[in-house]
Design a protein around this ligand. Structure first.
Ligand code: NCD
Length: 320
């Protein structure tokens, strides 16, 4: 699969698809974040509806389980007055052996305007973007362990909301870095925005073998990674992607990496704690921290709707 075909994403200086944050420029990121804030009431953070996708069709294609991402895409599309079609992939022709390419041809023939896709295979959204008709826009809602650009953008939105500036920030990302498309997209975005330091922490078995080439400081000790940081992003242990032997046991993982109230004290007093969900409570994060005063986990969910509205609006209608 063509995982890094950057030329597919931009067309004549317009954002045609959103497939990766790896090459998304600073002006594009800022444009999307600024546009997202226009969909949020500045005081109550209620979502402001706008009919900018009226008469447009959004296909939600989830080949992997998802609650938050699928639902917030649906809400976002409906707040823009689009018609949303959710595909239950198990029940669709995919289970009759229809190839992805035929499926895409059929979706184009149905005159869909936007395809939101999550797939276990790295690069599948790129592949689809290369085969849809020119009027169709594709959004990557998570491909394998590769990218999750809308999650990365909503994480950036949340950080900007609470911290205002990126330049002086120290950010720690903790857990299953190896399998995490969330970490990859976020690291790409944070690097483009010029944060001061990015630290990652996790057991050796869950660290990518090429981590030395990433723009991060890698640690196996949680305490080293979160010392004095402004933002902590905890990741889910992805049991469904795990080969046996990558970690010793869940107990030892919890003992070394679970974010507890005591460990949180190592970070800056005004640190914010984030998590893309779903949370394994008492494995990677205690309930006291997940539900505590520093946690902005539910804000991420709300902001995620505005960010997804902004992305869909910009892809379909361009930048005004
Ligand atoms: C993430 C995903 O699916 O990549 N979750 C999400 O989008 N809300 C992270 C995860 O599953 O751990």
């Amino acid at each position: 699969m063509p995982v890094n075909d950057f030329t597919t994403q931009l067309k004549n200086d317009n954002l045609q698809h959103l497939l990766t944050l790896q090459n998304l420029s600073l002006p594009w990121i800022e444009r999307i974040l600024d546009h997202a804030s226009g969909f949020l009431d500045p005081i109550t953070h209620r979502i402001l509806k706008r009919p900018t996708l009226q008469n447009k069709i959004v296909f939600n294609l989830f080949f992997e389980p998802s609650t938050r991402t699928r639902t917030t895409f649906e809400i976002a599309a409906k707040h823009l007055w689009a018609d949303v079609i959710n595909f239950n992939i198990e029940a669709s022709s995919q289970s009759k052996g229809e190839t992805i390419r035929d499926m895409v041809a059929n979706l184009s023939a149905m005159h869909g305007d936007l395809i939101v896709i999550r797939h276990r295979e790295n690069g599948m959204p790129h592949f689809i973007a290369q085969h849809v008709s020119p009027s169709v826009h594709v959004i990557n809602a998570g491909d394998g362990a590769h990218q999750h650009p809308t999650q990365g953008l909503l994480d950036l939105y949340t950080i900007r909301h609470f911290k205002k500036e990126f330049r002086g920030l120290r950010v720690a990302i903790v857990g299953d870095i190896l399998h995490s498309r969330v970490a990859r997209s976020l690291i790409d975005g944070l690097t483009t925005l010029g944060v001061k330091e990015i630290h990652v922490a996790g057991p050796k078995g869950l660290m990518p073998s090429d981590i030395g080439g990433w723009p991060v400081n890698a640690h196996t000790e949680l305490s080293e990674a979160i010392d004095g940081v402004d933002v902590i992003v905890m990741l889910r242990i992805q049991q469904e992607r795990m080969e046996t032997g990558l970690i010793d046991s869940m107990e030892s993982y919890r003992d070394s990496y679970c974010l507890t109230e005591a460990r949180l004290k190592l970070a800056n007093p005004d640190v914010i704690v984030m998590h893309p969900g779903p949370i394994n409570r008492e494995v990677e994060i205690t309930s006291a921290v997940a539900d505590g005063a520093q946690s902005v986990i539910l804000k991420q969910v709300t902001f995620g709707i505005a960010v997804r509205m902004a992305i869909m609006d910009i892809l379909v209608n361009g930048v005004k």
